[in-house]
Design a protein around this ligand. Structure first.
Ligand SMILES: Nc1ncnc2c1ncn2[C@@H]1O[C@H](COP(=O)(O)OP(=O)(O)OP(=O)(O)O)[C@@H](O)[C@H]1O
Length: 357
């Protein structure tokens, strides 16, 4: 029996996490992290008030204490500033991964520990296992369609030690069943989407609000000008839609293959075009974070959420890793997180810094 603070987001997964931990005999308190309030009127729906209400209703139903913890300043410092700096520097940051390390298992966990709690529970689809030596590791969630372990790749060992993921043992359908069994008011609530906790605001609306337009040309591989764009930060490598350049080839769209910050050019090519650089096998990964010691040799790597993990050979190069994928990967992107696995066990992660051939 432990005192556990559960991150109650107002969704069904964290509601079931709280109910399960309580059922297991723990003393549970619900905590809603107030990270972001849309006080600058960015277009889109930011339903945090509704979420707090739903989280509160769940706590009431379970008969547990509920707290709203104001982390708006921390969130701005640790997530929004990182996000905007990354886009200004021409990379594609990964706020969802850093939220877990910096917010949920960063300032929120610190708060919980300072209040006498032993652990933080969340509704992540990932499994945690304690090893014989007392350390803990993370495994992929039991539901292969919902597995969220990728988002936990940058967590530090001491954070994993304090984490609890009860719904990671279940399939999503079982989580809904459990929510009904507990009679939770969120049992039928739709799953949320959006940037981390920024509600349903679209990333491009968010960026348009904070980053000044910086227009340039859209060109093909031969340098022919096909159109103009409002700023390189509004595009992601591998993107097929939204660049506004119609392709003369039937059923074959132009894909964003390169950003050239000096000339502000956005380069597009066809998916199968030789020399586009869209597919690459070798890259350098930095800002490394390991859960149970550094690993080299043959591992599995997952280059983005929902991508399949792939066999890689990993060699240390200074404080970075040279990662060689056995099969070329589409649109590896600087700033995104590469998660390393050994089969179903998460080993850690790092950030793509240089994409080579
Ligand atoms: N604002 C928040 N306050 C407290 N905890 C949160 C908050 N946002 C997310 N979490 C915690 O992090 C977990 C994973 O977050 P994510 O945004 O992926 O939620 P989700 O998969 O939509 O889950 P849920 O159905 O619980 O909203 C949640 O289950 C919850 O425990």
């Amino acid at each position: 029996m432990a005192r556990i603070m559960v991150g109650l987001s107002g969704g069904v997964d964290s509601s079931v996490a709280a109910a399960l931990l309580q059922e297991q005999g723990h003393e549970v308190v619900g905590g809603y992290m107030k990270n972001w309030i849309n006080d600058e009127g960015i277009a889109g729906d930011c339903p945090w008030e509704q979420d707090v209400e739903d989280a509160h209703a769940v706590a009431k139903h379970l008969g547990i204490e509920f707290r709203v913890i104001d982390l708006v300043d921390h969130y701005r410092e640790r997530i929004v500033d990182y996000l905007l700096a990354g886009y200004r520097d021409g990379i594609t940051p990964n706020p969802d991964v850093f939220c877990n390390r910096e917010m949920k298992f960063g300032v929120f966990l610190d708060y919980a520990l300072s209040q006498g709690f032993e652990a933080v529970g969340t509704g992540h689809y990932a499994r945690r296992r304690e090893l014989a030596d007392g350390s803990a590791v993370i495994l992929r969630g039991a539901d292969p369609n919902k597995d969220q372990s990728y988002f936990l790749a940058m967590m530090k060992p001491e954070q994993i030690q304090r984490a609890r993921f009860p719904v990671g043992e279940l399939l999503k359908t079982q989580v809904r069943d459990e929510a009904r069994r507990f009679g939770l008011p969120t049992a039928e609530k739709k799953d949320s989407q959006g940037i981390c906790f920024i509600g349903n605001i679209k990333m491009n609306d968010f960026l348009t609000h904070y980053v000044k337009d910086d227009p340039g040309e859209i060109v093909d591989l031969e340098g022919r000008v096909l159109g103009t764009h409002r700023g390189l930060h509004l595009f992601t490598l591998g993107q097929r839609k939204g660049h506004g350049v119609a392709s003369p080839r039937d059923g074959m769209a132009y894909v964003v293959v390169r950003k050239e910050p000096e000339s502000k050019r956005l380069v597009v090519a066809y998916e199968d075009q030789e020399g586009s650089g869209l597919y690459s096998s070798t890259c350098l990964v930095g800002s490394l974070s390991w859960m149970n010691g550094a690993r080299h040799g043959v591992l599995d790597a997952q280059p983005r959420y929902r991508a399949k993990s792939e066999r890689v050979t990993v060699v240390a190069e200074g404080d970075r890793l040279r990662v060689n994928f056995q099969r070329p990967q589409r649109a590896l992107t600087p700033g995104q997180v590469c998660a390393f696995y050994d089969g179903g066990q998460l080993l850690g992660g790092g950030v793509f810094e240089v994409i080579e051939a």
